[in-house]
Design a binder for this molecule. Sequence first.
Ligand SMILES: [Zn+2]
Length: 839
Amino acid sequence: MFQLRLCLVLFLSSIVSLQAQQPKTYNSSEIYEAVQKLNVLGSVLYIAAHPDDENTRLISYMSNEVKARTAYLSLTRGDGGQNLIGPEIRELLGVIRTQELLAARRVDGGEQRFSRANDFGYSKHPDETLEIWDKDEVLADVVWTIRTFKPDVIINRFDHRRAGKTHGHHTASAMLSMEAFDLADNNDAYPTQLEYTATWQPKRLFYNTSWWRYGSQEAFNKLDKSNMLSFDVGVYYPSKGMSNNEVAALASSQHLCQGFGRLLQRGSQQEYIEFLKGEALNDSDNIFEGIDTSWNRVASGKAIGTILKSVETDFNFKNPASHLPQLLEAYKLLQSIEDEHWKAIKTKELKTIIEACTGLYLEASANTPNAAPNAVVNLEMEVVNRSTTNIDLVSYTLSALHTGVTKNMSLVSNQKLNFEESITIPSNSNYTTPYWLNKQSTLGMYSVTDQNLIGLPETPRAVSVDFNLLIEGTPLTITKPVVYRYSKPDKGELYRPFEIIPIVSASLSDDVYIFENNQQKDIEVTVKAGKNHIEGYVEMAYPNDWQVYPKKQRIAITNKGDIQKVIFTVIPPNNQSEGLITPMVNIDGEVYTDEIIEIDYAHIPYQTVLMPSKSKVVRLDIKKQGNNIGYIEGAGDVVPESLRQIGYDVTVIAPEQISPENLDDFDAIVVGIRAYNILEDLVFKQRFLLEYVKEGGNLIIQYNTNRGIKVDNLAPYDLHISRDRVTDENAEIRILEPNHQILNYPNKIDQNDFEGWVQERGLYFPDNWSKEFTPLLASNDKGENSKEGALLVAKYGKGNYIYTGLSFFREFPAGVPGAYRLFANLLSAGKQDEASLKN
Ligand SMILES: [Zn+2]
């Protein structure tokens, strides 16, 4: 069912996915809409915490109906979530979600901003959130966004008065917005920002409320709404052939890695905003009340407004180029206004309109998708004027290279010109990679020091071409980033951004290598050439108590893009130990330690991310009893692979194969995360699993959410799953039954085993259970009651039933030794007696 839905969404989104790759061109309706927008000098900033928090119905309404300049400030890039479309997690997921937000904004017409806050995972309370984020830095970034975007109106997605009732990031986003509203105009707040921008006071602040805030539609209907404005966000746009809510659903459907593909919505729909702060509204439903959002807003703007209003009123859909004299006149007047903020914004908009009206096509494409510094790249410039307007190509300037080429040619209507230039990528060029990943981040914050990069959705492109034109005698420069254009027989024309890469990169086959004993392992390093003819050697950096052979491996690669694989033998120490290994490629005395990660999905532009190449090596001190494990997969986790890494024989059992005969031989059966939430088959198969326990088996069930459990008899005894979780991965663990077999056999579990956990302790712990269960561990987040449901064991018949909300599925891929040792004990439950019998 899910697969089907995803396919449908991919199909729907293909309507807009072209825009993700190809340069945007404008038809008459789109030019007209752009002119309408050009005539509105008002702006709205929407603020929330994550990609997908934003209400695209309201953003689209503000952008397309109100015609305001509209932006969404997402405090985080959503690194902490799960990825439904591929293997990327953490920073790489943040890169995908950043691009999905940009894709959503291309649909709804908004702009996108971010702060440096890192989405570290679920947080119960804004106090905790603001402790893990550097509150002052995030607040500074919200203030910076307000000072640079200069919104007249701010709309919060979340209610600042709901601490503890929703995700802490959500409430924190609203609280920070409230504070920033008061600080942005204060010269004493974050004064270093004022070297680059000026203070700004937004006019008013709203909260985008909804019935679900009040529990039910009925409760919301009864509410006094005198402090609220409402909009019909289902308004129909003839120029688009779509309703606002259809546009909004298309925008939301860009969040594919979160499974947000959805059906389009149509018809009248009300959206409410509650006034919170600023200048109260005087009985009007105009959020901009008191602000002149016409061209009269800026000094000397009146004359520009008069011209552009007449373009809008008498717009010529058949021949938009007929408006060029007026547009160019407005452009010239605009260049002499003093308001630098609006001048920059409106100049950019007007240039786009002028370019679109002339049907100009300007492109600079490279003959290769990427190149290293000092490499020679051939660029092909395509220039064509598809109107009868007089346009001269004066010159073009290769911006990053500071070289100009004079042309002085007039562009004959619809006569395509092609020019070739060969350029050398400057030796000091920055590699193409997301700027916020350049420095080591903390749990709560990305580290970005260049103030002018903070807030930007992506790294500005390093290589672009300025086309210097004379349009009807008016000088005008249009800048195009260099692209790589190619085609595939089954996909048609495709575009990729042109990228600068290192001359060599190296990657390891796995993120974590687990050594269950002192036996050596061969580890493969893949070296990839970023230019032709590289020669050198690879060494491995490794922890002191480990050994790696050989010390050096020679490499020689002839062609750019080709790879060479080399093998290193890694020998662990005798005792438990962990550390990092890093391949270091030495070419002519320069050492390269980065890996290039490619992210390639149809709905977003191709991305490359440069990250330090490193993997964790873990020597476990682990004992195991029983080897033959059956695994019933749930919503997807890497527990089977992890158990195989430490030498278990793991067989994945399909739900339909669950039968008494098939279960018999296993030393233990493990059920994957959320299996009881998603596997219908378990309704009929649960009795076999419980029977297996009764006959002496060992069943380990990992977390399920408390809603939508498919079976009535999750356990042989009463067991109630709650939403209890412990989100602090360092929260104290109290051992309740130190002498219990599961904490002693075959591995003695102590506090050391709970060190170095990642993301959280666990989730959806049971909060109520019958007396047959023994709780083994207790833990809680700061300020909460002790939770004892993380690990529950019950004897049933001759076997053991174990339920655990501990996040083994997160700890295994992070190579946390204690998690492996404890899980080995769960798998060994009941085996001590068997072992002593044999001895
Ligand atoms: Zn959220």
